[in-house]
Design a binder for this molecule. Structure first.
Ligand code: GRF
Length: 213
Protein backbone atom coordinates (compact mmCIF):
# COMPACT_ATOMS: atom_id res chain seq x y z
CA UNK A 1 0.00 0.00 0.00
CA UNK A 2 1.30 3.43 -0.88
CA UNK A 3 2.00 5.85 1.94
CA UNK A 4 0.22 9.17 2.26
CA UNK A 5 3.37 10.75 0.90
CA UNK A 6 2.54 9.37 -2.53
CA UNK A 7 -1.05 10.54 -2.40
CA UNK A 8 -2.18 12.19 -5.57
CA UNK A 9 -5.69 13.31 -6.34
CA UNK A 10 -6.80 13.90 -9.89
CA UNK A 11 -9.96 15.84 -10.43
CA UNK A 12 -12.11 15.00 -12.33
CA UNK A 13 -11.14 11.31 -12.48
CA UNK A 14 -9.23 10.31 -15.60
CA UNK A 15 -11.67 9.16 -18.28
CA UNK A 16 -11.75 5.35 -18.49
CA UNK A 17 -12.35 5.39 -22.20
CA UNK A 18 -10.48 7.99 -24.08
CA UNK A 19 -11.80 9.27 -27.37
CA UNK A 20 -14.76 7.64 -29.11
CA UNK A 21 -14.05 5.87 -32.39
CA UNK A 22 -14.04 8.05 -35.49
CA UNK A 23 -11.59 10.32 -37.18
CA UNK A 24 -8.57 11.11 -35.05
CA UNK A 25 -8.60 14.63 -33.61
CA UNK A 26 -5.88 16.76 -35.18
CA UNK A 27 -3.71 18.33 -32.48
CA UNK A 28 -1.32 21.17 -33.22
CA UNK A 29 1.22 21.10 -30.38
CA UNK A 30 3.23 24.18 -29.31
CA UNK A 31 6.32 23.59 -27.15
CA UNK A 32 9.41 25.56 -26.10
CA UNK A 33 11.58 23.20 -24.08
CA UNK A 34 12.26 19.61 -23.14
CA UNK A 35 8.96 18.29 -24.45
CA UNK A 36 8.08 15.71 -21.82
CA UNK A 37 4.41 16.68 -22.11
CA UNK A 38 4.64 16.44 -25.89
CA UNK A 39 6.08 12.95 -25.47
CA UNK A 40 3.27 11.93 -23.10
CA UNK A 41 0.73 12.92 -25.77
CA UNK A 42 2.64 11.23 -28.61
CA UNK A 43 3.07 8.04 -26.57
CA UNK A 44 -0.64 7.98 -25.64
CA UNK A 45 -1.49 8.23 -29.34
CA UNK A 46 0.98 5.45 -30.15
CA UNK A 47 -0.54 3.26 -27.41
CA UNK A 48 -4.01 3.98 -28.83
CA UNK A 49 -5.10 5.60 -25.58
CA UNK A 50 -5.88 8.76 -27.47
CA UNK A 51 -7.65 8.80 -30.83
CA UNK A 52 -5.64 11.74 -32.14
CA UNK A 53 -2.82 12.67 -34.44
CA UNK A 54 -0.21 15.44 -34.37
CA UNK A 55 0.18 16.88 -37.87
CA UNK A 56 2.55 19.57 -36.60
CA UNK A 57 4.73 20.48 -33.64
CA UNK A 58 5.63 24.18 -33.55
CA UNK A 59 8.60 25.21 -31.40
CA UNK A 60 10.15 28.63 -30.83
CA UNK A 61 13.63 27.84 -29.47
CA UNK A 62 16.08 26.50 -32.08
CA UNK A 63 17.77 24.21 -29.53
CA UNK A 64 14.59 22.92 -27.85
CA UNK A 65 14.95 19.26 -26.95
CA UNK A 66 11.36 18.63 -27.98
CA UNK A 67 12.59 18.41 -31.59
CA UNK A 68 14.41 15.13 -30.89
CA UNK A 69 11.25 13.73 -29.33
CA UNK A 70 9.24 14.76 -32.39
CA UNK A 71 11.70 12.91 -34.63
CA UNK A 72 11.33 9.81 -32.46
CA UNK A 73 7.55 9.86 -33.02
CA UNK A 74 7.85 11.01 -36.65
CA UNK A 75 5.94 14.18 -35.99
CA UNK A 76 6.60 17.02 -38.48
CA UNK A 77 8.10 20.14 -36.88
CA UNK A 78 8.19 23.84 -37.65
CA UNK A 79 10.48 26.37 -35.97
CA UNK A 80 8.93 29.81 -35.51
CA UNK A 81 11.54 31.77 -33.61
CA UNK A 82 9.97 34.67 -31.71
CA UNK A 83 13.35 36.47 -31.85
CA UNK A 84 12.77 37.00 -35.59
CA UNK A 85 9.69 39.15 -34.86
CA UNK A 86 11.38 42.05 -33.00
CA UNK A 87 8.94 41.90 -30.10
CA UNK A 88 5.85 41.98 -32.34
CA UNK A 89 3.94 39.27 -30.48
CA UNK A 90 0.87 39.61 -32.67
CA UNK A 91 2.88 39.09 -35.85
CA UNK A 92 4.58 36.08 -34.27
CA UNK A 93 1.19 34.61 -33.33
CA UNK A 94 -0.02 35.39 -36.86
CA UNK A 95 2.65 33.05 -38.22
CA UNK A 96 1.74 30.42 -35.61
CA UNK A 97 -1.91 30.64 -36.72
CA UNK A 98 -0.90 30.36 -40.39
CA UNK A 99 1.03 27.13 -39.77
CA UNK A 100 -1.71 25.67 -37.55
CA UNK A 101 -4.31 26.42 -40.25
CA UNK A 102 -2.13 24.99 -43.03
CA UNK A 103 -2.09 21.79 -40.99
CA UNK A 104 -5.86 21.87 -40.42
CA UNK A 105 -5.65 21.36 -36.69
CA UNK A 106 -8.82 20.95 -34.62
CA UNK A 107 -7.22 21.75 -31.26
CA UNK A 108 -4.09 23.62 -30.17
CA UNK A 109 -2.12 22.16 -27.25
CA UNK A 110 0.33 24.40 -25.40
CA UNK A 111 2.66 21.79 -23.93
CA UNK A 112 5.25 23.93 -22.18
CA UNK A 113 4.80 26.88 -24.56
CA UNK A 114 6.64 29.72 -22.86
CA UNK A 115 4.93 32.49 -24.85
CA UNK A 116 1.84 34.44 -23.80
CA UNK A 117 -0.96 33.97 -26.34
CA UNK A 118 -2.11 37.27 -27.85
CA UNK A 119 -5.85 37.85 -28.44
CA UNK A 120 -5.36 37.14 -32.14
CA UNK A 121 -4.32 33.54 -31.37
CA UNK A 122 -7.02 33.01 -28.74
CA UNK A 123 -9.67 34.32 -31.16
CA UNK A 124 -8.39 32.19 -34.04
CA UNK A 125 -9.17 28.98 -32.07
CA UNK A 126 -11.91 29.97 -29.59
CA UNK A 127 -12.36 27.38 -26.80
CA UNK A 128 -9.95 25.14 -28.69
CA UNK A 129 -6.61 25.95 -27.02
CA UNK A 130 -5.42 23.93 -24.03
CA UNK A 131 -2.56 24.92 -21.70
CA UNK A 132 -0.79 23.16 -18.85
CA UNK A 133 0.47 25.05 -15.80
CA UNK A 134 2.54 23.67 -12.89
CA UNK A 135 0.32 24.83 -10.01
CA UNK A 136 -3.21 24.47 -8.76
CA UNK A 137 -4.65 27.50 -10.50
CA UNK A 138 -5.81 30.08 -9.57
CA UNK A 139 -2.90 29.84 -7.11
CA UNK A 140 0.54 30.77 -8.41
CA UNK A 141 -0.10 31.89 -12.00
CA UNK A 142 2.70 33.18 -14.20
CA UNK A 143 6.33 32.13 -14.14
CA UNK A 144 8.16 30.23 -11.38
CA UNK A 145 4.99 28.56 -10.13
CA UNK A 146 6.96 25.80 -8.39
CA UNK A 147 9.20 28.29 -6.56
CA UNK A 148 6.15 30.39 -5.67
CA UNK A 149 4.49 27.37 -4.04
CA UNK A 150 7.62 26.49 -2.05
CA UNK A 151 8.03 30.07 -0.90
CA UNK A 152 4.41 30.33 0.19
CA UNK A 153 4.82 27.27 2.42
CA UNK A 154 1.71 25.53 1.11
CA UNK A 155 1.51 21.81 1.86
CA UNK A 156 0.07 20.77 -1.48
CA UNK A 157 0.49 22.05 -4.98
CA UNK A 158 -0.04 20.37 -8.35
CA UNK A 159 -0.84 21.08 -11.94
CA UNK A 160 -3.73 22.35 -14.01
CA UNK A 161 -4.88 21.83 -17.58
CA UNK A 162 -7.20 24.60 -18.71
CA UNK A 163 -8.70 26.28 -21.75
CA UNK A 164 -6.83 29.38 -22.84
CA UNK A 165 -8.58 32.75 -22.66
CA UNK A 166 -7.10 36.19 -23.15
CA UNK A 167 -6.12 36.64 -19.47
CA UNK A 168 -3.02 34.60 -18.59
CA UNK A 169 -3.53 31.27 -16.72
CA UNK A 170 -7.21 32.04 -16.18
CA UNK A 171 -9.38 29.91 -18.48
CA UNK A 172 -11.88 27.24 -17.47
CA UNK A 173 -10.18 24.36 -15.67
CA UNK A 174 -10.44 20.94 -17.33
CA UNK A 175 -8.40 18.77 -14.96
CA UNK A 176 -6.08 19.14 -11.96
CA UNK A 177 -3.78 16.86 -9.99
CA UNK A 178 -2.65 17.49 -6.42
CA UNK A 179 0.94 16.83 -5.31
CA UNK A 180 1.97 16.94 -1.62
CA UNK A 181 4.96 19.15 -0.72
CA UNK A 182 7.37 17.50 1.70
CA UNK A 183 9.78 19.42 3.97
CA UNK A 184 12.79 18.14 2.03
CA UNK A 185 11.46 19.19 -1.38
CA UNK A 186 13.57 21.47 -3.56
CA UNK A 187 12.36 23.20 -6.75
CA UNK A 188 13.90 20.31 -8.71
CA UNK A 189 12.32 17.43 -6.73
CA UNK A 190 8.95 19.15 -6.62
CA UNK A 191 8.98 19.95 -10.34
CA UNK A 192 9.80 16.31 -11.11
CA UNK A 193 6.82 15.13 -9.05
CA UNK A 194 4.52 17.71 -10.61
CA UNK A 195 5.65 16.74 -14.10
CA UNK A 196 4.76 13.07 -13.56
CA UNK A 197 1.21 14.20 -12.83
CA UNK A 198 1.24 16.69 -15.72
CA UNK A 199 1.77 13.85 -18.16
CA UNK A 200 -1.32 12.04 -16.85
CA UNK A 201 -3.68 14.98 -16.78
CA UNK A 202 -2.44 16.39 -20.07
CA UNK A 203 -3.54 13.22 -21.85
CA UNK A 204 -6.70 12.84 -19.75
CA UNK A 205 -7.74 16.44 -20.27
CA UNK A 206 -7.23 16.26 -24.03
CA UNK A 207 -9.39 13.14 -24.10
CA UNK A 208 -12.05 14.76 -21.95
CA UNK A 209 -12.13 18.12 -23.73
CA UNK A 210 -11.98 16.88 -27.30
CA UNK A 211 -14.66 14.25 -26.73
CA UNK A 212 -17.10 16.67 -25.10
CA UNK A 213 -16.69 19.93 -26.93
C1 GRF B 1 5.80 22.10 -17.64
O1 GRF B 1 6.13 21.98 -16.29
C2 GRF B 1 4.63 22.99 -17.85
O2 GRF B 1 3.74 22.99 -16.81
C3 GRF B 1 5.27 24.36 -17.97
O3 GRF B 1 6.46 24.12 -18.68
C4 GRF B 1 6.91 22.80 -18.42
C5 GRF B 1 7.19 22.13 -19.74
O4 GRF B 1 7.81 20.89 -19.59
N1 GRF B 1 4.38 25.28 -18.61
P1 GRF B 1 8.04 19.94 -20.83
O5 GRF B 1 8.77 20.75 -21.89
O6 GRF B 1 6.74 19.43 -21.31
O7 GRF B 1 8.92 18.85 -20.30
Amino acid sequence: MKSYKDAVIISPPLPLEFLPAGSPVRLGVLASGSGSNFEAIAQAIKNKHLNAEIPILIYNNPDAQVVEKAKKYQVPTCLINHRDYQGDRQKFDGKVIEVLRENQVDWVIMAGWMRIATPVLVQAFPQRIINIHPSLLPSFPGINAIEQALQAGVKVTGCTVHLVVEAVDSGPIIMQAVVPILPKDTPETLHAKVQLQEHKIMVGAIALATSQM
